[in-house]
Each structure stands twice: as C-alpha cells, then as structure tokens.
Ligand binder design. Structure first.
Ligand code: UD1
Ligand code: CA
Length: 457
C-alpha cells in the first residue's frame, strides 16, 4: 500500500534558545530536518508533505532541492493542528506516516519494519515506542491490564505513577484513513492551549479501532531534539554510528572519541585515522591513506595511498594517489595535487593544478598556477597572483627547478626544463631549457666589519 508522509516542522522550537529555527540547526553537516527527510524518502513515499509555519522561508528554500509539498500552519497550535493543516493534501487512498521533524536519527530500516508490522497486525493506527533512559521529555505509553495501549499522556499531564513509565512515544505514527478521520475530534489541551495528536490514540481506542505499538529495539535512533543538550547527544550518537560503520568496513581509528566524520563521507579500506581528524561533506578517502592528527578535510577527494601529515586543512581539493601533504599545509578550493607529489610544511595552494611528482616542500604560496610534472618548487616561492584588482595565472611547465625564495609576478610562463636562480623575481616569461636569474650581483666589501668596529659606528 502506498504511503503519504507528513513531517511536522511548524513548531517554534523555543527550548533551543536560538535565533535559528530548531530544525535548521546543524547535525553533522546537514540540518536536523534534512536528516529526517533523508531517512523518510528512502521508503519511496507517494507524497511527502512538510508542515511549516509562516516564518519558514529559510526552511522552504533549503528544502527546495527535494520533491516535497508544503502545508502552512497558521498558528503553532500543537501537533494535531499541524497535521490538520496538511489534510487537503493527504492522498485519500494512502496510509499516513506521521512523524516529527525533530527525530533525525531514525533509520530507514526501522521505518520499513514499522510499516511491515502495521500490515501484519492489521490495525488502524500504530505508533512506534521506545524505552527512554530519561522519559521526562516524552509522552508516556499507557496500557491496560491486558497490555493493550489505551492512551499517550504527555509529561505535563502525568500523575506520579504515570511519570514512572519509561516506555515513551517516538512521535512516529502510521494510520489508515479511518483513524485519521478522527483527528478533527481532538480537543484542545487546556493546560498548554494546544491540540495534541497523541490524543488520537485514546480516541481510536474508544471508537473501537485497532491500535497497536511497535517497541523499537534501541532508544538512540528515536530521541527527539528539543534542547541544545539533546542536539549534542544526537550529534554524539550519529558520530559514533558513522565511525562504527567505517570500523566494520575496514578503517582503523587510533582514537574514536575525538574524530568527527560526517555521514556523507565515503572511505576505502586500510585507512588509518589519528586523533582529532575531521572529515566533512562529500569527501572521499581512498584505501591505504593515512591521516595524521588535527587535520580537517572538507568536500575533497583523496585517492589511494596518500599521507596527510599533522595539522593540515584541505578544502574542496583533489589529491591524487601516493601524494604526501603537510604537516601544516593548507589546500584551498580547486587545488589538484598530482600523483606522488609532495606538499610540505607551511605550504598554501589555491586553485592550482599540480602534475605528477611535483615538490613544494617548504613555506610557499601557489595560487592560480599550473605546475607541470616533476617540477621542484624551492622553499619560500610565491606566486604574486593578485595585482589589487584581478587574479593572474602562473604557468610552470614540467621539470622546472625553481630556486628558493622566488617570486613569480603573474601572468607569467616558465618553459620546461628551465632553472630559476634562487632569490629571483620573475616578471617575464622564461623560454624552455633556460636559466632565469634576476638578482643583483653580490658585492663583498673587504674589511668593512673591522673598520666599523674601529670607528665605533
Ligand atoms: C511530541 C509528542 C510526545 C512525544 C515526542 C517525541 C505531542 C503532543 N507530543 O512531544 O508525545 O513523546 O513528540 O519526540 O505530540 N509542531 C508543529 N506545530 C505545532 C507544534 C509542533 O509543526 O504547533 C512540530 C514541531 O516542529 C516538531 C514536532 O511537531 O517537529 C513535535 O513538536 P514538539 O513540540 O517537539 O513535541 P514534543 O514536546 O517533543
Ligand atoms: Ca520534540
């Protein structure tokens, strides 16, 4: 049977104490709402409706890349009111999967199990429950003496006995049209001035509909995020989940507690990751690569057998097989480092394409440059790529030897197999196979130091 999904994202999220709407907070590289949507879309719903409020422009813009419909809730009058604002858009013949936007850790497999369980139970309404170590933020599942669920009671409305119950509501429900048709009978909760979707359970029970629950195995994936503390906990859970998956698929971590790897990262096998490494975005790490401590890699492709030494920052770049980077290197966006090249201490590269076996081992800035295969860039080389208005290119062809402390005033082209004398400022193109040198001849003034001393300068 087809499923229409409704995701509630119209709440105010005041418990976050933030100027940013709750669902737009970041959870390991994507917003909370995107992570929830990613999980739900994996079941291929026939339609996905997100309930938003009037202030949700940023959220709608962010979600425009998905194939979603939006429903507008006029006022934040509670979860039942939020669902009712999507009523017109819900497909008549579909099952309805309803969930909170703030439950981003749910796994696609759990949603599938929940749907299968609904069908095998042959019920009208089902809810996914879990055992919470601290149930205080959740609605409690109330059961009768035969263990049948009869109601959900919100924390604020619980008596002392109900407060002890640790089986709680995840905020994820499946219902048929019969159960859904009772939602408009939900009355306002006078304590909070809101319409609670949780009241649908007792309404359905009273009307003689079949209500069931599925108790999820772990509690981790169903925790909701209402506070910064819960966001921090969810980040830890997701972080550990990602690392565990990589351990299972052949990656070694020296210290799992300090490494952050975002879920969209892909990795090969036999990779070794040292403490305090951060890998973000859609980065891809090739097999047998070593990443030493305190390195951050963003949206980059690192091929096989690369060594990244301590304290390097790599942004939107591509490092080819066998290269060595760092320590203390900075690869800025659009840098391509050729096979077996070596980028050493305190070298910054920006928007440059380096061929195979290029060496820039110390203290250099290479920006807007093409560097050919086998070229050696001496210590302290700088491409002067910016004239105050525009950027210009430096082209250094293959097998060039650039002496230390050279400046290339771009635009400039250095022909293959050339040599640049150390300390040169290169302002003109250099033909292939040449030596370019542009420094004044050295003058030695004999006995100068002695005279200085005698005259007591
Ligand atoms: C809700 C459940 C609770 C459950 C918990 C699971 C109710 C009354 N309570 O509580 O039983 O244990 O989730 O995490 O449903 N929203 C709207 N419009 C509104 C109010 C909320 O769209 O007027 C959205 C929010 O953006 C949020 C979701 O609904 O994504 C849940 O609202 P929230 O206030 O977080 O409910 P909880 O107090 O967590
Ligand atoms: Ca919540």
């Amino acid at each position: 049977m087809k499923v229409t999904v409704v995701i509630l994202a119209g709440g105010l999220g005041t418990r976050m104490k933030s100027n940013t709407p709750k669902l737009l907070h970041n959870l390991l590289g994507k917003t909370i709402i995107e992570r929830t949507i990613d999980s739900v879309l994996s079941i291929n719903p026939s339609k996905t409706i997100v309930v938003v409020n009037k202030e949700s422009k940023n959220l709608i813009d962010l979600l425009s890349k998905y194939n979603l419909s939006f429903a507008f809730q006029e006022k934040p009058l509670g979860t039942a009111d939020a669902l009712m604002s999507a009523k017109e858009q819900i497909k008549d013949d579909d099952l309805l999967l309803l969930l909170n936007g703030d439950t981003p850790l749910i796994k696609p497999q759990t949603i599938e199990d929940f749907i299968n369980n609904f069908h095998s139970q042959g019920c009208n309404l089902s809810l996914l429950s879990f055992i919470a170590s601290d149930p205080s933020e959740y609605g409690r599942i109330i059961r009768d003496e035969t263990n049948k669920v009869t109601a959900i009671v919100e924390n604020k409305d619980c008596n002392e006995k109900e407060k002890q119950i640790r089986e709680v509501n995840s905020g994820i429900y499946l219902m048929d049209q019969k159960a859904f048709s009772l939602a408009n009978k939900i009355k306002i909760n006078t304590k909070k001035g809101e319409y609670y979707i949780t009241d649908l359970i007792s309404l359905c029970v009273k009307e003689g509909l079949k209500v069931s629950t599925l108790l999820a195995k772990g509690s981790n994936e169903l925790s909701g995020i209402n506070t910064r503390n819960e966001l921090a906990n969810a980040t830890t859970i997701l972080r550990q989940r990602v690392i565990k998956n990589f351990i299972d698929s052949g990656v070694t971590f020296i210290d799992t507690s300090s490494v952050v790897i975002e879920p969209e990262v892909k990795m090969g096998i036999d990779i070794i990751i040292y403490p305090n490494v951060i890998i973000e975005g859609k980065s891809v790490i090739g097999s047998s690569t070593k990443i030493y401590p305190h390195t951050r890699i963003m949206d980059s492709v690192i091929e096989e057998g690369v060594t990244i030494k301590d304290c390097s920052v790599i942004e939107m770049s591509h490092i080819k097989a066998g290269a060595s980077i760092g320590p203390f290197a900075h690869l800025r966006p659009q840098s391509i480092i050729g096979e077996n090249s070596k980028i050493g201490n305190f070298v910054e590269i920006k928007k440059s394409n380096l061929g195979k076996s290029v060496k820039a081992s110390h203290l250099s800035y290479i920006g807007d440059a093409d560097v050919g295969e086998g070229t050696n860039i001496g210590a302290g080389t700088i491409t002067c790529n910016y004239d105050g208005k525009s950027k210009h290119k430096t082209i250094i062809e293959k097998n060039v030897f650039v002496g230390s402390d050279t400046q290339f005033v771009a635009p400039v082209r250095i022909g293959e197999n050339s040599y640049i004398g150390a300390g040169s400022t290169i302002t003109k193109d250099v033909p292939p196979n040449s030596l370019a040198i542009s420094r004044t001849n050295q003058k030695n003034i004999l006995e100068w130091a002695k005279k200085k001393k005698d005259k007591n300068y």
